[in-house]
Design a protein around this ligand. Structure first.
Ligand SMILES: Cc1cc2nc3c(=O)[nH]c(=O)nc-3n(C[C@H](O)[C@H](O)[C@H](O)COP(=O)(O)O)c2cc1C
Length: 224
């Protein structure tokens, strides 16, 4: 018998930020993100539907950071992450890695304190016309997210030949659609459990082995 997932049962509802990390109007990743959002809503979560354009920022520049505030797009990502319990990002793969625009806004948003990715549960998904479905990009994306303390779900869904596999508002193959839904729901179950029973309480320390108190020592204290 396969795994069965009940609807998320408890109040307040789990809130999930969902976006596709592409600016393209016909983006396959935007469509896959919309599909994940529908599964989340059907499972009882509240979804904040975002667009990559909401998080548009100039290239990271340490001088600009000193002279002016962190750009509005990064502030928007910080705000919406902070207001959410979890996030789902559908990311294209560019040259076997993550898109530069996504890494750039992660870098900007990582400059806020408290650092907004710390402790957030994240699900990574991807869509690509290729046979790997963009999965190599997701492995690269795990690195900055996990470095920043996000809890990235072990299973990552990558839709191969996505230009053919996505038909209308679903994955045409019923078995693959079911596998996708199971992946999203299993992630939501874990995020919901963590929301109500926060077991891992630890400080975020950027470089654990640095001498405490040095200029490079960046710490967010553990939640009480
Ligand atoms: C600069 C660039 C590099 C790309 N590199 C890869 C790649 O390494 N692997 C892959 O599967 N697709 C690659 N692609 C194709 C993208 O997967 C494809 O354009 C996809 O539709 C982009 O996502 P989107 O539809 O959400 O915009 C690349 C596309 C561009 C523009």
């Amino acid at each position: 018998m396969g795994l069965q997932f009940d609807k998320l049962a408890t109040e307040p509802k789990l809130k999930v930020l969902v976006f596709g990390a592409s600016l393209r109007a016909d983006s396959l990743n935007r469509r896959l993100a919309a599909l994940a959002a529908r599964v989340a809503e059907r499972s009882g979560a509240t979804v904040d539907h975002a667009q990559m354009r909401d998080f548009d920022v100039p290239s990271f520049d340490g001088d600009a950071e000193k002279e002016s505030d962190i750009p509005r797009g990064a502030e928007e990502l910080r705000r919406r992450l902070t207001e959410s319990d979890a996030f789902i990002v559908s990311s294209p793969e560019y040259n076997a890695s993550m898109p530069g625009l996504l890494k750039n806004v992660i870098d900007w948003a990582s400059r806020f304190r408290p650092q907004p990715f710390d402790g957030k549960h994240g699900l990574l998904i991807s869509a690509s016309p290729s046979m790997v479905g963009g999965n190599r990009g997701l492995w690269s994306l795990r690195v900055p997210f996990e470095h920043l303390g996000a809890r990235i779900y072990p299973d990552m869904f990558s839709l191969a030949q996505a230009h053919k596999a996505l038909v209308g508002e679903r994955i045409a193959d019923d078995d693959l659609q079911a596998r996708f839904e199971t992946n999203v729901q299993a992630f939501l179950s874990l995020a919901e459990a963590a929301k109500h029973y926060p077991c891992m309480k630890r400080a975020w320390v950027e470089f654990l082995g640095e001498p405490p108190g040095s200029v490079a020592d960046r710490i967010d204290p553990a939640p009480v």
